[in-house]
Write a new protein. Sequence first.
Length: 399
Amino acid sequence: MRKIDHAADDGDAHIADAAASHSESTAQATTTSVTGQEAPAASENGEEIILTGIPVTKDDQTPTGEEPPKLSKNQLKKQRRLQEWEAGREDRKVKRKEKIKEKKERRRQEWAESRAKGEEPQIPRSARSTDGSGAQVPITVIFDCDFEDLMFDNELKSLGLQLTRCYSDNRRAPYRFHYAVSSFGGKLKERFDGILAKQYLNWKGVHFCEEDFVKVSEMAKEWMGGPRGGSLAGALKRDGDATASANGNDEEEEGEVVYLSSESDVTLERLKPNSTYIIGGLVDKNRHKGICYKRAVERGIKTAKLPISEFLQMKSRQVLVTNHVLDIMLKWVQFNDWGKAFMEVMPKRKGGVLKDAEDHDEEKDEGKDAEDEGGDEEMGKDKPAVEDVATVAGPSEAT
């Protein structure tokens, strides 16, 4: 408030001075809120203005007074590119529609010209005409996506691409699995809803569930036991017939729930009908080794690992991305041969070699060495013995 020394006989003077005092106080408070510091007491014509101190937070500070973490230059660039990409979404949509319209118009003109020449226009077949033609089998694969807090944004992006690839591979396979995603939410769902434009809602035969992998595995029993659960085919039928003959009955084999992890001591020999196999949806460059195994043990779920070391000699780690794991399982049902399934799917950079083929090559090399040594002895040459030691690094098993 403003201290007034002169006589209070003029009411208008009081009102004018009070209004001036309120304006000055407002200006001082505004200055305080902008700078974040209390302005010193001001004076006008020898009259002191008293301001009440109000705690104000800076615009660039959190409510606790701590400055938020600053973004790096690369993060700022990524953020700027993302904003530009989002800003141009509608323009890209319009351009796509224009291109489709132009393509259709060109096709009409080509067909009209062909008919004018008396030729029958050739209609190109769709490259995806075989999608969905495979047989449904009673096996469920669940991708456990409850690892968001362990991944960076670029790793979440990679996981989204892998899940999309898994859907494509399963859709085109001659024998299809039931496909489910558990713990679906958070940033992963935001990406599927936003940048990927909710295309996953049109995926056929896929279950996106907010529940964890244990509850979804219980739900999978109903899917496999229902009218669309599928029938035994491929390797499942051959193994089922062999099992029934060995047991002397035609009872349906009981399924199981297995969490796949390379840390497990159990090796997966074959896929069983009416079973659910869980794959950890984690892209972490092996930072959190063994977390899937630990997660399964804590929930009382069986674990197993793919028989990679039994069939392949690897020159690198046995860490596989989610879509490779699924594709290997699909190939096994198709071929009933783990070795062939691995060789069909394994990237060339992994340097995987079938153990049988490698043993055969080693025998050939040993035979050649023996022939060379015998030839030297017959010719009487004094040739120093050279021991050729081939060091093969053992594969490190990781989650």
